[in-house]
Design a protein around this ligand. Structure first.
Ligand SMILES: Nc1ncnc2c1ncn2[C@@H]1O[C@H](COP(=O)(O)OP(=O)(O)OP(=O)(O)O)[C@@H](O)[C@H]1O
Ligand SMILES: [Mg+2]
Length: 305
């Protein structure tokens, strides 16, 4: 069975959580567990410049899911996160409900093969309405903003920096979470405090910087230089801030050597992509991107597909 067919069938008996997701299919499976639990399925879709392309990168979803699971487990002492398990054969006792969990596996028995590797059970939480970016290097929209204003998210940087330069210190550059078809836009720390409250803003800034520093240390031991990344945080009902979504993946981070989504974006531009809508991507670029993602998985987790 393929993923599209599996999802179509699961839609008949599992409630979806969120409707505008581009890359992930999310089900609310709280009915089968003790506590509020989501099942996230990462597809092989690839988005660039706010559009989801018309063809997939084979196994990309498995790569992203495995890499996120690896980082969530490695960084849980730095910041609590939503990860529960990525193995449906092993439901941890913290959420296990003796009768219901069995029923869940029974319901999903036809789909376990297609879900394998691309599924994660996570704690459901209320996402904070912003994206939390940390940068070690001057790249992407940060460089564009610096070129125009000398600043990024209200932070003034020293004169004379070039694209791709290492910054004098780590910077925290939040942005809005754009709705469908809109672009994210950078905001200042002051604006973030107004949006989510002073205390949560302080906490996510501290956590973001600590996570980055810990991860760059781990990555460098594997020969990777972490350049920037994006976090998402959410609130549990008791007010605890937890890390959600995906973590230090080729989709939400940049690093060197560049086994990330960046070469794909660059290639689209080189091929004359007009950024006006989704397109079919040619086979050579699909293959090259597939190899890039596989290399990312191998470098970070040591695993092969
Ligand atoms: N533990 C969680 N609780 C609640 N919502 C979550 C949790 N983890 C992830 N999410 C949400 O699930 C969605 C994941 O979907 P996906 O990544 O496909 O969407 P997207 O962010 O629109 O796409 P892209 O990653 O290309 O920007 C996001 O909206 C994310 O905020
Ligand atoms: Mg996302």
């Amino acid at each position: 069975m393929d993923l599209i067919k599996a999802v179509k069938e699961m839609d008949e008996f599992l409630p979806r959580f969120g409707s505008k997701n581009k890359i992930r299919i999310v089900y609310d499976v709280s009915a089968f567990f003790d506590g509020d639990v989501l099942m996230i399925i990462t597809t092989d879709a690839i988005s660039a410049f706010d559009f989801v392309m018309l063809n997939d990168i084979p196994d990309k979803g498995i790569v992203l899911n495995e890499i996120s699971a690896w980082w969530f487990q490695k960084t849980s002492h730095v910041c609590k996160n939503h990860f529960i398990t990525n193995d449906l054969d092993f439901i941890p006792s913290e959420i296990n409900h003796p009768q219901l969990a069995g029923q869940f596996r029974q319901l999903l028995s036809d789909y376990l093969d297609v879900l394998k590797g691309r599924v994660m059970l996570v704690r459901k939480a209320k996402p904070l309405p912003a994206e939390f970016i940390v940068r070690r290097y001057l790249l992407g929209s940060a460089f564009d903003s610096y070129e125009k204003t000398g600043m990024v998210c209200g932070i003034r940087l020293r004169k004379g920096l070039k694209k791709g330069d290492r910054l004098d210190r780590l910077i925290f550059t939040p942005s809005t979470k754009a709705g469908f078809g809109e672009h994210d836009s950078n905001i200042t720390y002051q604006q973030l405090k107004e949006m989510i409250g002073v205390k949560p803003a302080r906490e996510v800034k501290k956590k973001s910087l600590a996570l980055f520093e810990y991860a760059e240390h781990l990555a460098s031991a594997k020969g990777l230089t972490l350049q920037d990344t994006k976090f998402e945080f959410a609130l549990l009902p008791d007010g605890t801030v937890i890390l959600i979504d995906e973590l230090f993946t080729p989709d939400n981070s940049r690093w060197a050597p560049d086994y990330t989504k960046q070469p794909f974006r660059d290639a689209l531009i080189r091929l004359g992509y007009n950024k006006k809508g989704p397109i079919y991507v040619g086979t050579p670029l699909i293959r090259e991107t597939q190899q890039n993602y596989a290399k990312a998985l191998q470098m970070i987790t040591g695993k092969t597909l």
